[in-house]
Unconditional design. Structure first.
Length: 265
């Protein structure tokens, strides 16, 4: 294969829904919610961005995403999690951080949703509009590589499904989230911290709250990638989370505004 577009087409022909991803931000470079791009559309997308990374949507499978950072090691968390004993031999990939993506098919009729930080250093990616980066995607830390010791994706055992469904309430918004109102005496910075764990409120004000949250962090000099991750975490704890593509659009809009502001100073 000569380029990223060839790999993207290979995944598309295998039946996966392919999404082009910006290398720096890990964000989709086009709208992708509820879309499956054709071969022609993929060729056009990668013609405009030939170095774009490749992601596939977690439609009928999910991924146990194990991350390794200076302050947290997802492999240590996995060892302490009873779910680990039920993981069968299955397709997996090494990530640039030294982590791993473990792929499992969803059993028929079973829904698996996104769960950020279900364990320290471990995310679950499984919503039909979530995506996961696949080889040969790469960044400044390295590239994603398939572990070829097992080439087939196994069906998730019932034990894993039950554990994820059992633990989901611990990762969903708490009952007091919808009633959260910032205290009058809270500083603007304190309100930003509070939104990370309380979310963006009810449906009527979610977009404005997200825009204010992103703008407030960027204005305070928070790193762009960190701001995006914090926005995703806050959205996760929102009673009715914003769709990923809507979150991305709002983030991009506020980022452009902030970059314009900096350019004008």
């Amino acid at each position: 294969m000569n380029g990223m577009v060839d790999y993207a087409l290979h995944y598309q022909r295998l039946g996966y829904s392919v999404v082009p991803i910006d290398k720096k931000s890990k964000r989709a470079i086009t709208k992708y919610k509820d879309k499956t791009f054709s071969e022609h559309e993929i060729r056009l997308l990668w013609r405009d961005r030939p170095d774009a990374n490749i992601a596939i949507k977690t439609t009928d499978f999910f991924v146990i995403d194990i991350d390794v950072k200076e302050d947290v090691n997802g492999f240590d968390s996995l060892k302490e999690w009873d779910l680990a004993q039920y993981i069968p031999p299955t397709l997996s990939a090494r990530t640039p951080s030294g982590g791993r993506h473990i792929y499992l098919k969803k059993p028929p009729g079973v829904e698996i949703s996104q769960d950020i930080k279900i364990r320290p250093g471990i995310d679950i990616k499984g919503n039909p509009n979530n995506y996961v980066l696949v080889p040969p995607s790469n960044n400044m830390r390295g590239r994603y590589e398939w572990d070829l010791s097992v080439e087939d994706m196994a069906v998730a055992p019932q034990e894993i499904v039950e554990i994820l469904q059992k633990e989901k309430p611990a990762g969903t918004p708490l009952s007091f989230t919808t009633n959260y109102t910032p205290r009058e005496f809270s500083s603007k910075t304190a309100k930003l911290f509070e939104q990370i764990v309380f979310g963006f409120g009810d449906e009527g004000g979610r977009n404005d709250a997200l825009a204010s949250f992103v703008g407030g962090l960027l204005f305070r000099g928070v790193d762009e990638e960190a701001t995006y991750l914090l926005a995703k975490i806050a959205n996760h704890y929102t009673p009715s989370p914003l769709p990923n593509d809507e979150l991305d659009r709002t983030f991009e809009s506020m980022l452009r505004k902030e970059l314009d502001r900096r350019g004008g100073t």
